[in-house]
Write a protein that binds this ligand. Structure first.
Ligand code: SAH
Length: 572
Protein backbone atom coordinates (compact mmCIF):
# COMPACT_ATOMS: atom_id res chain seq x y z
CA UNK A 1 0.00 0.00 0.00
CA UNK A 2 1.16 3.55 -0.78
CA UNK A 3 0.28 6.14 1.87
CA UNK A 4 -0.52 9.62 0.52
CA UNK A 5 0.02 12.69 2.71
CA UNK A 6 -0.55 16.33 1.81
CA UNK A 7 -0.84 19.68 3.59
CA UNK A 8 -1.89 22.31 1.06
CA UNK A 9 -4.72 22.62 -1.47
CA UNK A 10 -2.33 22.12 -4.41
CA UNK A 11 -0.84 19.10 -2.67
CA UNK A 12 -4.29 17.67 -2.03
CA UNK A 13 -5.20 18.11 -5.71
CA UNK A 14 -2.10 16.20 -6.86
CA UNK A 15 -2.70 13.61 -4.13
CA UNK A 16 -6.25 13.07 -5.39
CA UNK A 17 -5.02 12.53 -8.95
CA UNK A 18 -2.72 9.81 -7.69
CA UNK A 19 -5.44 8.25 -5.53
CA UNK A 20 -7.86 8.24 -8.49
CA UNK A 21 -5.29 6.67 -10.80
CA UNK A 22 -4.27 3.94 -8.33
CA UNK A 23 -7.37 3.27 -6.20
CA UNK A 24 -6.18 -0.21 -5.17
CA UNK A 25 -2.61 0.77 -4.39
CA UNK A 26 -3.07 3.95 -2.38
CA UNK A 27 -4.57 5.16 0.88
CA UNK A 28 -5.04 8.82 1.83
CA UNK A 29 -3.86 9.83 5.32
CA UNK A 30 -5.72 12.90 6.55
CA UNK A 31 -5.27 14.95 9.68
CA UNK A 32 -2.21 16.71 11.08
CA UNK A 33 0.75 16.02 8.81
CA UNK A 34 3.08 14.73 11.53
CA UNK A 35 0.61 12.11 12.69
CA UNK A 36 -0.30 11.19 9.14
CA UNK A 37 3.35 10.56 8.20
CA UNK A 38 3.96 8.48 11.33
CA UNK A 39 0.88 6.34 10.77
CA UNK A 40 1.58 5.84 7.08
CA UNK A 41 5.22 4.99 7.85
CA UNK A 42 4.19 2.15 10.12
CA UNK A 43 1.33 0.89 7.95
CA UNK A 44 2.52 1.25 4.34
CA UNK A 45 5.32 -0.11 2.16
CA UNK A 46 5.65 3.27 0.48
CA UNK A 47 4.77 6.93 1.07
CA UNK A 48 4.21 9.81 -1.29
CA UNK A 49 4.36 13.11 0.59
CA UNK A 50 3.19 16.28 -1.13
CA UNK A 51 5.46 18.27 1.14
CA UNK A 52 8.86 19.94 1.12
CA UNK A 53 11.76 17.50 1.42
CA UNK A 54 12.97 19.34 4.53
CA UNK A 55 9.67 18.80 6.32
CA UNK A 56 9.62 15.12 5.40
CA UNK A 57 13.26 14.61 6.46
CA UNK A 58 12.44 15.97 9.91
CA UNK A 59 9.32 13.83 10.20
CA UNK A 60 10.73 10.49 9.06
CA UNK A 61 14.24 10.77 10.51
CA UNK A 62 13.25 9.49 13.97
CA UNK A 63 11.32 6.61 12.35
CA UNK A 64 14.13 5.19 10.17
CA UNK A 65 15.48 1.79 11.17
CA UNK A 66 17.02 -0.24 8.39
CA UNK A 67 17.13 0.25 4.67
CA UNK A 68 15.93 -3.24 3.96
CA UNK A 69 12.79 -2.75 6.04
CA UNK A 70 11.97 0.98 5.89
CA UNK A 71 9.28 2.11 3.47
CA UNK A 72 10.30 3.99 0.35
CA UNK A 73 9.49 7.69 0.57
CA UNK A 74 8.86 10.02 -2.37
CA UNK A 75 8.30 13.78 -2.04
CA UNK A 76 6.41 15.87 -4.57
CA UNK A 77 6.90 19.63 -4.43
CA UNK A 78 4.09 22.18 -4.24
CA UNK A 79 4.35 23.00 -7.94
CA UNK A 80 4.19 19.32 -8.90
CA UNK A 81 7.43 19.68 -10.88
CA UNK A 82 9.57 17.06 -9.15
CA UNK A 83 9.06 13.61 -7.64
CA UNK A 84 12.03 13.13 -5.34
CA UNK A 85 13.12 9.69 -4.19
CA UNK A 86 14.03 10.58 -0.61
CA UNK A 87 14.72 7.33 1.26
CA UNK A 88 14.47 3.64 0.45
CA UNK A 89 15.57 4.13 -3.16
CA UNK A 90 16.24 0.46 -3.82
CA UNK A 91 14.92 -1.59 -0.89
CA UNK A 92 11.82 0.54 -0.49
CA UNK A 93 11.32 0.95 -4.23
CA UNK A 94 11.31 4.76 -3.96
CA UNK A 95 13.39 5.24 -7.12
CA UNK A 96 10.91 3.33 -9.24
CA UNK A 97 7.99 4.97 -7.48
CA UNK A 98 9.45 8.42 -8.19
CA UNK A 99 9.57 7.53 -11.88
CA UNK A 100 6.00 6.24 -11.84
CA UNK A 101 4.64 9.22 -9.91
CA UNK A 102 6.57 11.52 -12.23
CA UNK A 103 4.97 9.95 -15.27
CA UNK A 104 1.51 10.25 -13.80
CA UNK A 105 1.80 13.85 -12.59
CA UNK A 106 4.07 15.12 -15.34
CA UNK A 107 6.84 15.70 -12.79
CA UNK A 108 10.55 15.02 -13.28
CA UNK A 109 11.73 12.08 -11.18
CA UNK A 110 14.75 12.95 -9.05
CA UNK A 111 16.91 9.95 -8.21
CA UNK A 112 20.19 10.39 -6.42
CA UNK A 113 21.17 6.81 -5.61
CA UNK A 114 24.56 6.47 -7.26
CA UNK A 115 23.92 3.30 -9.26
CA UNK A 116 20.70 4.61 -10.76
CA UNK A 117 22.01 8.02 -11.60
CA UNK A 118 24.92 6.55 -13.57
CA UNK A 119 22.79 3.92 -15.26
CA UNK A 120 24.31 0.85 -13.59
CA UNK A 121 21.83 -1.54 -12.04
CA UNK A 122 22.31 -1.79 -8.28
CA UNK A 123 23.35 -5.33 -7.38
CA UNK A 124 20.25 -5.48 -5.19
CA UNK A 125 17.96 -4.79 -8.17
CA UNK A 126 19.03 -7.78 -10.22
CA UNK A 127 16.34 -9.89 -8.62
CA UNK A 128 18.73 -12.55 -7.30
CA UNK A 129 19.42 -13.30 -3.64
CA UNK A 130 22.76 -11.80 -2.62
CA UNK A 131 25.34 -12.75 -0.05
CA UNK A 132 28.51 -10.98 1.02
CA UNK A 133 29.74 -7.43 1.15
CA UNK A 134 27.21 -5.81 -1.18
CA UNK A 135 28.01 -2.26 -0.09
CA UNK A 136 31.75 -2.58 -0.68
CA UNK A 137 31.42 -4.24 -4.06
CA UNK A 138 28.77 -1.75 -5.23
CA UNK A 139 31.06 1.09 -4.20
CA UNK A 140 33.91 -0.47 -6.15
CA UNK A 141 31.72 -0.75 -9.27
CA UNK A 142 30.75 2.91 -8.94
CA UNK A 143 34.28 4.05 -8.29
CA UNK A 144 35.35 2.37 -11.50
CA UNK A 145 37.60 -0.13 -9.75
CA UNK A 146 37.99 -3.42 -11.57
CA UNK A 147 35.34 -5.86 -10.37
CA UNK A 148 35.54 -9.37 -11.73
CA UNK A 149 32.48 -11.31 -12.82
CA UNK A 150 32.84 -15.01 -12.15
CA UNK A 151 29.96 -16.96 -13.71
CA UNK A 152 29.94 -20.56 -12.56
CA UNK A 153 26.43 -20.84 -13.93
CA UNK A 154 25.50 -19.17 -17.21
CA UNK A 155 22.44 -17.01 -16.56
CA UNK A 156 21.12 -13.92 -18.33
CA UNK A 157 22.18 -10.87 -16.36
CA UNK A 158 21.74 -7.22 -17.19
CA UNK A 159 25.09 -5.74 -18.17
CA UNK A 160 27.39 -4.84 -15.31
CA UNK A 161 30.65 -3.06 -15.91
CA UNK A 162 32.59 -6.08 -14.76
CA UNK A 163 35.97 -7.35 -15.83
CA UNK A 164 37.65 -10.73 -16.04
CA UNK A 165 39.88 -9.91 -13.08
CA UNK A 166 39.83 -7.53 -10.17
CA UNK A 167 40.27 -7.12 -6.45
CA UNK A 168 36.50 -7.38 -6.02
CA UNK A 169 34.38 -10.21 -7.33
CA UNK A 170 30.77 -10.80 -8.22
CA UNK A 171 30.25 -14.53 -8.35
CA UNK A 172 27.22 -16.10 -9.93
CA UNK A 173 26.90 -19.50 -8.31
CA UNK A 174 24.33 -21.96 -7.01
CA UNK A 175 26.88 -23.86 -4.93
CA UNK A 176 26.86 -23.72 -1.15
CA UNK A 177 29.98 -21.62 -0.74
CA UNK A 178 30.66 -18.74 1.62
CA UNK A 179 31.44 -15.31 0.14
CA UNK A 180 35.08 -14.31 0.44
CA UNK A 181 36.24 -10.86 1.49
CA UNK A 182 35.35 -8.24 -1.14
CA UNK A 183 33.06 -10.73 -2.80
CA UNK A 184 29.33 -10.87 -3.52
CA UNK A 185 27.53 -14.08 -4.36
CA UNK A 186 24.57 -13.83 -6.71
CA UNK A 187 22.20 -16.77 -6.50
CA UNK A 188 20.59 -17.54 -9.86
CA UNK A 189 17.27 -19.47 -9.75
CA UNK A 190 18.92 -22.48 -11.35
CA UNK A 191 17.87 -25.46 -9.22
CA UNK A 192 14.70 -27.51 -9.54
CA UNK A 193 13.82 -30.16 -6.97
CA UNK A 194 11.49 -32.92 -8.11
CA UNK A 195 9.46 -34.39 -5.24
CA UNK A 196 7.35 -37.49 -4.83
CA UNK A 197 5.43 -38.31 -1.65
CA UNK A 198 3.05 -40.91 -0.30
CA UNK A 199 -0.31 -39.73 0.94
CA UNK A 200 0.11 -37.99 4.28
CA UNK A 201 3.90 -37.58 4.10
CA UNK A 202 4.79 -35.10 6.88
CA UNK A 203 6.20 -31.75 5.75
CA UNK A 204 9.19 -32.15 8.10
CA UNK A 205 10.15 -35.36 6.36
CA UNK A 206 9.90 -33.71 2.92
CA UNK A 207 11.90 -30.66 4.00
CA UNK A 208 14.59 -32.72 5.69
CA UNK A 209 14.95 -34.77 2.53
CA UNK A 210 15.30 -31.68 0.31
CA UNK A 211 17.72 -29.90 2.61
CA UNK A 212 19.79 -33.05 2.96
CA UNK A 213 19.95 -33.57 -0.80
CA UNK A 214 21.05 -29.97 -1.43
CA UNK A 215 23.55 -30.04 1.40
CA UNK A 216 25.17 -33.33 0.40
CA UNK A 217 25.51 -32.08 -3.17
CA UNK A 218 27.00 -28.78 -1.99
CA UNK A 219 24.15 -26.69 -3.39
CA UNK A 220 22.63 -23.50 -2.02
CA UNK A 221 18.92 -23.53 -1.14
CA UNK A 222 18.88 -19.86 -2.17
CA UNK A 223 19.22 -20.95 -5.80
CA UNK A 224 16.13 -23.11 -5.56
CA UNK A 225 13.69 -21.98 -8.28
CA UNK A 226 10.80 -24.39 -7.79
CA UNK A 227 9.55 -27.74 -6.60
CA UNK A 228 8.07 -30.03 -9.23
CA UNK A 229 5.82 -33.06 -8.93
CA UNK A 230 3.04 -34.99 -10.65
CA UNK A 231 -0.49 -33.52 -11.02
CA UNK A 232 -1.92 -36.16 -8.68
CA UNK A 233 0.20 -34.71 -5.85
CA UNK A 234 -0.72 -31.07 -6.49
CA UNK A 235 -2.76 -31.01 -3.28
CA UNK A 236 -0.47 -33.14 -1.09
CA UNK A 237 -0.11 -31.06 2.10
CA UNK A 238 3.47 -32.14 2.87
CA UNK A 239 4.67 -30.99 -0.59
CA UNK A 240 2.59 -27.81 -0.65
CA UNK A 241 3.83 -26.82 2.79
CA UNK A 242 7.41 -27.57 1.88
CA UNK A 243 7.18 -25.29 -1.16
CA UNK A 244 5.60 -22.56 0.94
CA UNK A 245 8.27 -22.78 3.61
CA UNK A 246 11.03 -22.77 1.01
CA UNK A 247 9.39 -19.75 -0.61
CA UNK A 248 9.21 -21.29 -4.08
CA UNK A 249 6.33 -22.23 -6.39
CA UNK A 250 5.18 -25.81 -6.87
CA UNK A 251 4.75 -26.83 -10.52
CA UNK A 252 3.04 -30.04 -11.54
CA UNK A 253 3.00 -32.18 -14.67
CA UNK A 254 0.68 -34.91 -15.93
CA UNK A 255 1.66 -38.55 -15.35
CA UNK A 256 1.73 -39.02 -19.13
CA UNK A 257 4.24 -36.25 -19.60
CA UNK A 258 6.44 -37.59 -16.80
CA UNK A 259 6.25 -41.13 -18.16
CA UNK A 260 7.82 -39.83 -21.38
CA UNK A 261 10.94 -38.46 -19.65
CA UNK A 262 14.08 -40.60 -19.70
CA UNK A 263 15.31 -41.12 -16.13
CA UNK A 264 18.12 -43.19 -14.60
CA UNK A 265 16.04 -44.70 -11.77
CA UNK A 266 12.51 -45.67 -12.79
CA UNK A 267 10.52 -47.94 -10.48
CA UNK A 268 7.27 -49.86 -10.29
CA UNK A 269 5.78 -48.31 -7.15
CA UNK A 270 4.90 -44.88 -8.65
CA UNK A 271 3.83 -46.56 -11.88
CA UNK A 272 1.14 -48.43 -9.96
CA UNK A 273 0.21 -45.47 -7.75
CA UNK A 274 0.13 -42.51 -10.17
CA UNK A 275 0.85 -43.92 -13.63
CA UNK A 276 4.49 -42.92 -14.24
CA UNK A 277 7.64 -44.90 -13.45
CA UNK A 278 9.30 -41.76 -12.09
CA UNK A 279 7.98 -38.71 -10.24
CA UNK A 280 10.92 -36.97 -8.58
CA UNK A 281 13.52 -37.41 -11.34
CA UNK A 282 11.07 -36.98 -14.21
CA UNK A 283 9.40 -33.87 -12.75
CA UNK A 284 12.79 -32.25 -12.15
CA UNK A 285 13.95 -33.08 -15.67
CA UNK A 286 10.84 -32.10 -17.68
CA UNK A 287 12.36 -28.84 -18.83
CA UNK A 288 15.79 -30.30 -19.40
CA UNK A 289 18.94 -29.76 -17.41
CA UNK A 290 21.59 -31.68 -15.58
CA UNK A 291 20.65 -34.22 -12.91
CA UNK A 292 22.86 -33.29 -9.92
CA UNK A 293 21.19 -35.51 -7.32
CA UNK A 294 19.52 -38.72 -8.55
CA UNK A 295 16.42 -39.95 -6.77
CA UNK A 296 16.85 -40.41 -3.03
CA UNK A 297 14.45 -41.44 -0.33
CA UNK A 298 13.54 -39.73 2.90
CA UNK A 299 14.74 -41.06 6.23
CA UNK A 300 11.31 -42.21 7.51
CA UNK A 301 10.45 -45.90 8.10
CA UNK A 302 8.87 -46.51 5.69
CA UNK A 303 10.25 -43.67 3.55
CA UNK A 304 7.34 -41.43 2.51
CA UNK A 305 9.07 -39.05 0.12
CA UNK A 306 11.59 -39.00 -2.72
CA UNK A 307 13.46 -36.14 -4.33
CA UNK A 308 15.92 -35.38 -7.11
CA UNK A 309 17.80 -32.17 -7.94
CA UNK A 310 18.38 -30.75 -11.42
CA UNK A 311 20.31 -27.69 -12.58
CA UNK A 312 18.13 -26.30 -15.31
CA UNK A 313 19.62 -24.69 -18.37
CA UNK A 314 19.59 -20.90 -18.45
CA UNK A 315 17.15 -19.57 -21.00
CA UNK A 316 18.67 -16.79 -22.97
CA UNK A 317 16.59 -13.96 -24.30
CA UNK A 318 16.61 -12.48 -27.76
CA UNK A 319 14.88 -9.12 -28.13
CA UNK A 320 14.40 -8.01 -31.72
CA UNK A 321 14.14 -4.27 -31.37
CA UNK A 322 12.98 -1.71 -33.94
CA UNK A 323 14.64 1.67 -33.42
CA UNK A 324 12.13 3.70 -35.45
CA UNK A 325 12.97 5.94 -38.40
CA UNK A 326 15.67 7.97 -36.66
CA UNK A 327 14.28 10.63 -34.33
CA UNK A 328 14.94 9.80 -30.69
CA UNK A 329 11.36 10.54 -29.65
CA UNK A 330 10.09 8.00 -32.17
CA UNK A 331 12.03 5.28 -30.37
CA UNK A 332 9.46 3.60 -28.13
CA UNK A 333 9.91 3.43 -24.35
CA UNK A 334 9.74 -0.34 -24.63
CA UNK A 335 12.59 -0.38 -27.13
CA UNK A 336 14.61 1.79 -24.77
CA UNK A 337 13.94 -0.59 -21.88
CA UNK A 338 15.03 -3.60 -23.94
CA UNK A 339 18.24 -1.84 -24.98
CA UNK A 340 19.06 -1.11 -21.35
CA UNK A 341 18.26 -4.65 -20.33
CA UNK A 342 20.52 -6.29 -22.89
CA UNK A 343 23.97 -7.50 -21.97
CA UNK A 344 24.87 -8.07 -25.62
CA UNK A 345 23.85 -5.77 -28.47
CA UNK A 346 24.02 -6.93 -32.08
CA UNK A 347 23.48 -4.63 -35.05
CA UNK A 348 24.62 -2.66 -38.02
CA UNK A 349 27.26 -0.12 -36.97
CA UNK A 350 25.23 2.90 -38.11
CA UNK A 351 22.24 1.82 -36.04
CA UNK A 352 24.42 1.14 -33.02
CA UNK A 353 25.66 4.74 -33.26
CA UNK A 354 22.04 5.90 -33.14
CA UNK A 355 21.47 4.48 -29.64
CA UNK A 356 24.94 3.99 -28.14
CA UNK A 357 24.28 6.55 -25.42
CA UNK A 358 21.29 4.56 -24.16
CA UNK A 359 23.25 1.39 -23.40
CA UNK A 360 24.33 0.60 -19.90
CA UNK A 361 28.03 0.63 -19.18
CA UNK A 362 29.42 -2.83 -19.74
CA UNK A 363 27.12 -3.82 -22.61
CA UNK A 364 29.04 -5.95 -25.11
CA UNK A 365 28.55 -4.48 -28.58
CA UNK A 366 28.88 -6.71 -31.63
CA UNK A 367 28.56 -4.39 -34.61
CA UNK A 368 29.15 -5.14 -38.23
CA UNK A 369 28.89 -3.39 -41.57
CA UNK A 370 26.28 -3.54 -44.32
CA UNK A 371 25.58 -6.91 -45.82
CA UNK A 372 26.60 -9.15 -42.93
CA UNK A 373 22.96 -9.84 -42.16
CA UNK A 374 22.98 -13.58 -41.82
CA UNK A 375 26.10 -13.50 -39.74
CA UNK A 376 24.50 -10.91 -37.42
CA UNK A 377 21.42 -13.07 -37.08
CA UNK A 378 23.52 -16.13 -36.28
CA UNK A 379 25.66 -14.25 -33.77
CA UNK A 380 22.61 -12.88 -31.96
CA UNK A 381 21.02 -16.31 -31.67
CA UNK A 382 24.28 -17.96 -30.62
CA UNK A 383 24.76 -15.41 -27.81
CA UNK A 384 21.18 -15.94 -26.61
CA UNK A 385 21.71 -19.69 -26.57
CA UNK A 386 24.68 -19.14 -24.28
CA UNK A 387 22.18 -17.67 -21.81
CA UNK A 388 22.73 -13.99 -22.54
CA UNK A 389 20.12 -11.23 -22.80
CA UNK A 390 20.63 -10.11 -26.39
CA UNK A 391 19.14 -7.16 -28.27
CA UNK A 392 19.23 -7.39 -32.05
CA UNK A 393 18.47 -3.99 -33.50
CA UNK A 394 17.15 -2.71 -36.79
CA UNK A 395 15.92 0.65 -38.05
CA UNK A 396 12.21 1.30 -38.37
CA UNK A 397 10.56 -1.97 -37.47
CA UNK A 398 13.06 -4.79 -37.13
CA UNK A 399 10.60 -7.19 -38.73
CA UNK A 400 10.14 -5.14 -41.93
CA UNK A 401 12.82 -5.95 -44.54
CA UNK A 402 15.16 -6.43 -41.61
CA UNK A 403 16.68 -8.73 -39.03
CA UNK A 404 13.70 -10.44 -37.39
CA UNK A 405 13.15 -13.10 -40.04
CA UNK A 406 16.77 -14.20 -40.53
CA UNK A 407 17.17 -14.31 -36.73
CA UNK A 408 14.01 -16.30 -36.05
CA UNK A 409 14.88 -18.66 -38.88
CA UNK A 410 18.00 -19.54 -36.87
CA UNK A 411 16.40 -19.63 -33.41
CA UNK A 412 15.35 -22.85 -31.70
CA UNK A 413 12.84 -23.13 -28.87
CA UNK A 414 15.52 -23.08 -26.18
CA UNK A 415 15.56 -19.29 -26.06
CA UNK A 416 12.91 -16.69 -25.32
CA UNK A 417 12.21 -14.28 -28.15
CA UNK A 418 10.61 -10.87 -27.68
CA UNK A 419 9.73 -8.50 -30.50
CA UNK A 420 9.54 -4.76 -29.95
CA UNK A 421 7.73 -3.01 -32.79
CA UNK A 422 9.15 0.16 -34.27
CA UNK A 423 7.79 2.94 -36.46
CA UNK A 424 8.52 1.70 -39.95
CA UNK A 425 9.60 4.09 -42.72
CA UNK A 426 6.23 3.88 -44.52
CA UNK A 427 4.44 5.17 -41.43
CA UNK A 428 7.02 7.81 -40.61
CA UNK A 429 6.79 9.06 -44.22
CA UNK A 430 2.99 8.89 -44.30
CA UNK A 431 2.71 11.09 -41.22
CA UNK A 432 4.85 13.69 -42.97
CA UNK A 433 3.01 13.46 -46.29
CA UNK A 434 -0.48 13.73 -44.80
CA UNK A 435 -2.78 10.71 -44.90
CA UNK A 436 -1.73 8.64 -47.92
CA UNK A 437 -2.44 5.30 -46.22
CA UNK A 438 -6.09 6.04 -45.38
CA UNK A 439 -7.21 3.01 -47.36
CA UNK A 440 -5.64 -0.32 -48.36
CA UNK A 441 -1.91 -0.14 -48.90
CA UNK A 442 1.12 -2.34 -49.42
CA UNK A 443 4.85 -2.03 -49.10
CA UNK A 444 7.05 -3.35 -51.87
CA UNK A 445 10.82 -3.48 -51.74
CA UNK A 446 12.45 -2.80 -55.09
CA UNK A 447 15.69 -4.43 -54.04
CA UNK A 448 16.34 -7.40 -56.30
CA UNK A 449 19.29 -8.50 -54.19
CA UNK A 450 17.34 -11.34 -52.58
CA UNK A 451 14.23 -11.36 -54.77
CA UNK A 452 14.14 -11.95 -58.54
CA UNK A 453 12.82 -8.97 -60.50
CA UNK A 454 9.99 -11.08 -62.01
CA UNK A 455 8.55 -11.61 -58.51
CA UNK A 456 8.78 -7.92 -57.70
CA UNK A 457 7.18 -6.97 -60.99
CA UNK A 458 4.32 -9.41 -60.47
CA UNK A 459 3.56 -7.83 -57.11
CA UNK A 460 3.74 -4.28 -58.46
CA UNK A 461 1.35 -5.30 -61.22
CA UNK A 462 -1.08 -6.86 -58.73
CA UNK A 463 -1.06 -3.68 -56.63
CA UNK A 464 -1.59 -1.60 -59.76
CA UNK A 465 -4.54 -3.70 -60.89
CA UNK A 466 -6.09 -3.77 -57.42
CA UNK A 467 -5.77 0.02 -57.04
CA UNK A 468 -3.80 -0.25 -53.79
CA UNK A 469 -1.60 2.55 -52.42
CA UNK A 470 2.04 1.42 -52.71
CA UNK A 471 5.06 2.40 -50.63
CA UNK A 472 8.38 1.47 -52.23
CA UNK A 473 11.24 0.63 -49.87
CA UNK A 474 14.81 0.37 -51.21
CA UNK A 475 13.59 2.30 -54.26
CA UNK A 476 16.85 3.15 -55.98
CA UNK A 477 20.58 2.87 -55.47
CA UNK A 478 23.62 3.77 -57.52
CA UNK A 479 23.79 0.38 -59.15
CA UNK A 480 20.04 -0.11 -59.33
CA UNK A 481 18.34 2.68 -61.22
CA UNK A 482 15.88 1.25 -63.75
CA UNK A 483 13.57 -0.54 -61.32
CA UNK A 484 11.77 2.51 -59.93
CA UNK A 485 10.86 4.00 -63.35
CA UNK A 486 9.71 0.57 -64.47
CA UNK A 487 7.54 0.10 -61.36
CA UNK A 488 6.03 3.59 -61.76
CA UNK A 489 5.28 2.85 -65.42
CA UNK A 490 3.34 -0.27 -64.40
CA UNK A 491 1.31 1.76 -61.89
CA UNK A 492 0.72 4.45 -64.55
CA UNK A 493 -1.03 1.88 -66.73
CA UNK A 494 -3.83 1.90 -64.14
CA UNK A 495 -3.63 5.38 -62.60
CA UNK A 496 -3.88 8.94 -63.85
CA UNK A 497 -0.63 10.76 -64.62
CA UNK A 498 -1.69 13.27 -61.94
CA UNK A 499 -1.83 10.63 -59.19
CA UNK A 500 -0.06 12.08 -56.15
CA UNK A 501 3.30 10.57 -55.25
CA UNK A 502 5.07 11.32 -51.97
CA UNK A 503 8.84 11.22 -51.80
CA UNK A 504 10.31 11.27 -48.29
CA UNK A 505 14.02 11.14 -47.64
CA UNK A 506 15.45 10.59 -44.16
CA UNK A 507 12.07 10.80 -42.49
CA UNK A 508 12.32 12.18 -38.94
CA UNK A 509 16.06 12.83 -39.26
CA UNK A 510 17.59 16.30 -39.07
CA UNK A 511 18.30 16.46 -42.81
CA UNK A 512 14.91 15.02 -43.78
CA UNK A 513 13.04 16.22 -46.88
CA UNK A 514 9.58 15.50 -48.24
CA UNK A 515 7.54 16.54 -51.23
CA UNK A 516 4.34 15.60 -52.96
CA UNK A 517 4.58 15.30 -56.73
CA UNK A 518 2.77 13.22 -59.40
CA UNK A 519 3.35 10.05 -61.33
CA UNK A 520 4.51 11.99 -64.40
CA UNK A 521 6.49 14.66 -62.61
CA UNK A 522 8.51 12.43 -60.29
CA UNK A 523 12.20 12.68 -61.11
CA UNK A 524 13.78 9.34 -60.17
CA UNK A 525 17.13 11.08 -59.80
CA UNK A 526 15.80 12.68 -56.58
CA UNK A 527 15.30 9.24 -55.05
CA UNK A 528 17.98 7.21 -53.26
CA UNK A 529 18.33 4.46 -50.65
CA UNK A 530 17.42 6.82 -47.81
CA UNK A 531 14.04 7.42 -49.42
CA UNK A 532 10.61 5.87 -49.51
CA UNK A 533 8.19 6.60 -52.36
CA UNK A 534 4.45 6.38 -51.73
CA UNK A 535 2.16 6.26 -54.77
CA UNK A 536 -1.50 7.07 -54.20
CA UNK A 537 -4.46 5.10 -55.58
CA UNK A 538 -7.03 6.49 -58.03
CA UNK A 539 -8.83 8.30 -55.21
CA UNK A 540 -5.77 9.90 -53.59
CA UNK A 541 -5.73 13.71 -53.83
CA UNK A 542 -3.24 16.49 -53.21
CA UNK A 543 -5.11 18.72 -50.79
CA UNK A 544 -3.28 21.86 -49.69
CA UNK A 545 0.03 20.18 -50.42
CA UNK A 546 -0.88 17.10 -48.39
CA UNK A 547 -1.47 13.65 -49.78
CA UNK A 548 -4.90 12.35 -48.77
CA UNK A 549 -6.35 8.93 -49.59
CA UNK A 550 -10.07 8.84 -48.76
CA UNK A 551 -11.31 6.00 -46.63
CA UNK A 552 -13.80 4.91 -49.31
CA UNK A 553 -16.98 6.32 -50.81
CA UNK A 554 -19.31 4.28 -48.70
CA UNK A 555 -17.76 5.48 -45.51
CA UNK A 556 -17.88 9.09 -46.71
CA UNK A 557 -21.58 8.76 -47.57
CA UNK A 558 -22.56 7.34 -44.22
CA UNK A 559 -20.43 9.94 -42.49
CA UNK A 560 -22.20 12.78 -44.28
CA UNK A 561 -25.61 11.15 -43.68
CA UNK A 562 -25.05 10.95 -39.95
CA UNK A 563 -23.74 14.49 -40.11
CA UNK A 564 -20.71 13.71 -38.03
CA UNK A 565 -17.54 12.57 -39.67
CA UNK A 566 -15.71 12.50 -36.36
CA UNK A 567 -18.21 10.10 -34.84
CA UNK A 568 -17.60 7.66 -37.67
CA UNK A 569 -13.86 7.55 -37.44
CA UNK A 570 -13.70 4.01 -36.13
CA UNK A 571 -16.23 1.88 -37.99
CA UNK A 572 -17.71 -0.94 -35.93
N1 SAH B 1 13.27 -1.97 -41.23
C1 SAH B 1 13.19 -0.71 -41.94
C2 SAH B 1 13.34 -0.88 -43.45
C3 SAH B 1 14.64 -1.43 -43.89
S1 SAH B 1 14.81 -1.47 -45.65
C4 SAH B 1 11.88 -0.02 -41.59
O1 SAH B 1 10.99 -0.66 -41.02
O2 SAH B 1 11.75 1.18 -41.89
C5 SAH B 1 15.68 0.03 -45.93
C6 SAH B 1 14.80 1.03 -46.66
O3 SAH B 1 13.89 1.60 -45.73
C7 SAH B 1 15.53 2.24 -47.22
O4 SAH B 1 16.10 1.95 -48.48
C8 SAH B 1 14.43 3.25 -47.33
O5 SAH B 1 13.64 2.98 -48.45
C9 SAH B 1 13.58 2.93 -46.10
N2 SAH B 1 13.88 3.81 -44.95
C10 SAH B 1 14.35 3.44 -43.75
N3 SAH B 1 14.43 4.49 -42.92
C11 SAH B 1 13.97 5.56 -43.60
C12 SAH B 1 13.78 6.93 -43.28
N4 SAH B 1 14.08 7.43 -42.06
N5 SAH B 1 13.28 7.75 -44.24
C13 SAH B 1 12.95 7.27 -45.46
N6 SAH B 1 13.12 5.98 -45.81
C14 SAH B 1 13.63 5.13 -44.91
Amino acid sequence: MIGLISATAAGAAARDRLAAAWPQRTRVYDGPVGDAVRRAFSECEQLVCFLATGAVVRLVAPLLEDKSADPGVVCVDEGGRFAVSLVGGHGGGANELAVEVGELLGADPVVTTATDSVGIPGLDTLGFPLEGDVAAVTRAVLDGEPVALDTEVAWPLPPLPLAAQGAYTVRLTDRAVEPGAQEVLLRPPSLVVGVGASKGAPVEEVLELIHGALQDAGLSPRSLAELATVDAKAGEPGILDAARRLGVPLVTYSADELAGIDVPNPSDAPLAAVGTPSVAEAAALVRGGELLVPKRKSAGQPAMATCAVVRRPARGRLAVVGLGPGARDLLTPRAKAELRRASVLVGLDQYVDQIRDLLRPGTRILESGLGAEEERARTAVAEARKGQAVALIGSGDAGVYAMASPALAEASDDIDVVGVPGVTAALAAAAILGAPLGHDHVSISLSDLHTPWEVIERRVRAAAEADIVVTFYNPRSRGRDWQLPKALAILAEHREPTTPVGVVRNASRPDGTARVTTLTDLDPATVDMMTVVTVGNTATRDIAGRMVTPRGYRWQESASKSGSAAGQEEPK
